[in-house]
Design a protein around this ligand. Structure first.
Ligand code: HAM
Length: 418
């Protein structure tokens, strides 16, 4: 087909796969409802400043991956690369902080990142995200993690691992950063180009280096530098997760790639996925509401990637998706009954029946073949019997047919009898 192809790193979802997506989205909505989260829908694009300030100037997302453009009036806009900053913006814009707390929001939406495409990493992906505003205690962290875990289990993802860490707060992080810089300074010439930059901007990200993991293993650990409040918060969360029977691994190298996190960070990982193994991730972001212009408001949330959830399901041997077949095929014998066929199809559809017809004027034999191929349960045949107020109803599975008064068609189909 030449030049007109979908943009690199994007995917089309054809009807068979769409049924799998719908199932996953239904599960997400069910789980969100069980936890009392209400749906939030924000615009696909926001002013660029929101992400610069919210996600952080020095992050890969803001520095390298945003789809940014000037609109026709020269305003700087960006396709949302993630859902948390827009959720905070909406929380502030609608003054949700003035109502009853906590405020629990979820979203199911695409996000856009100009990343190097590979299996599990696309330039447009979809997230099921949940954000809880106004609760400072570890119970809210546990709730968000439980919601994400519940979603994966409900969706049918059998095996995944929860990694957990605390990256401290503005009180204890500066000393930790200093300790990290001290450790990495002599190693600077050995670090990859990205890490040499990170050293100055955000030394925590050095722990996240994918090129060389050996250095991170010997680095100072966040757990050893947490202030008392942060340590107690983490212990509280661990106790709650144990109570909820959610097993986790403490991972002192887990730092995440967005700047807004404080204290808790977590990732859900699948052993069935390759290098892009994170099914979901999130954490606490107690400073973000204030950073974006609101009152200090504690908050915690997480996002699960739907494409990767589907990949994990496939890798785990989930049954092939199916499209619901039509219940009825309305066939006509010759041109003169084609109009009648449209009328009967329309009547049945008004009653909620899934119906297809033949728009190509094919022979009856060809139409019956088409009905069988489409998986229709019944074929209604309209021909000269109509002059007597009668049509032919064919049970496709049994291969038998009989005449039925036109007025009784719906009842016969409903009862499933011929
Ligand atoms: P994130 O870790 O950047 O966090 O993304 C969450 C999940 O989205 C990832 O674990 C992954 O499954 C999926 N994902 C991210 N990028 C891609 C991609 N390029 N292709 C396919 N899937 C991808 C966030 O976005 C935070 N806003 C999560 C959060 C909510 N934190 C607090 N509240």
């Amino acid at each position: 087909m030449g030049e007109l192809q979908k943009p690199r790193g994007t995917r089309d979802v054809l009807p068979e796969e769409a049924s799998r997506w719908r199932l996953l989205e239904d599960r997400a909505r069910q789980v969100a409802a069980r936890y009392g989260y209400g749906e939030l829908r924000t615009p696909l694009f926001e002013v660029t400043e929101l992400f610069r300030r919210g996600v952080g100037e020095d992050t890969d997302i803001v520095g390298k991956e945003m789809y940014t453009f000037l609109d026709r009036k020269g305003r700087d806009m960006t396709l949302r690369p993630e859902g948390t900053a827009p959720a905070v913006r909406a929380f502030l814009e609608h003054n949700l902080g003035a109502g009853p707390q906590p405020v629990r929001l979820f979203y199911l939406q695409p996000a856009f990142r100009y990343e190097r495409p590979e299996e599990g990493r696309w330039r447009q992906h979809h997230q099921f995200g949940a954000e809880c505003f106004g609760a400072a205690g570890a119970a809210a962290d546990a709730e968000v993690i439980a919601l994400a875990v519940d979603f994966l289990r409900t969706a049918g993802v059998a095996d995944f691992r929860l990694r957990l860490n605390s990256i401290g707060c503005p009180a204890c992080r500066p000393a930790y950063r200093a300790a990290l810089r001290e450790y990495y300074r002599p190693l600077l010439p050995l670090l990859c180009a990205d890490c040499q930059e990170r050293f100055g901007q955000n030394p925590l990200r050095l722990l996240d280096c994918k090129v060389d993991t050996a250095h991170a293993a010997g680095a100072p650990r966040t757990a050893d530098h947490l202030c008392t409040d942060c340590r107690e918060h983490l212990q509280g969360l661990e106790a709650l997760l144990a109570r909820l029977r959610i097993s986790f691994d403490r991972d002192p190298t887990l730092v995440r790639g967005l700047d807004y996190y404080t204290r808790t960070v977590f990732e859900l990982e699948s052993p069935r996925l390759g290098s892009q193994s994170a099914l979901g991730g999130g954490g606490r972001y107690d400073g973000l509401v204030e950073l974006l212009g609101g009152q200090p408001t504690p908050a915690v949330g997480g996002g699960v990637g739907l494409e990767r959830t589907l990949l994990a399901l496939e890798a785990g041997g989930a049954p092939a998706p199916t499209v619901e077949p039509p219940q009825v095929f309305v066939a006509s014998v010759g041109e003169e009954y084609a109009l009648e066929a449209m009328g009967v199809a329309s009547q049945l559809r008004s009653a909620g029946v899934r119906v297809i017809t033949d728009p190509l004027g094919r022979s009856l034999k060809a139409q019956l073949k088409q009905a069988a191929r489409a998986g229709a349960r019944w074929t209604v045949i309209l021909g000269e019997e109509l002059s007597r107020g009668v049509l032919v109803l064919r049970d496709m599975a049994a291969g038998v047919q009989e005449e039925v008064p036109a007025g009784e068609l719906l009842t016969r189909i409903d009862k499933g009898v011929v």
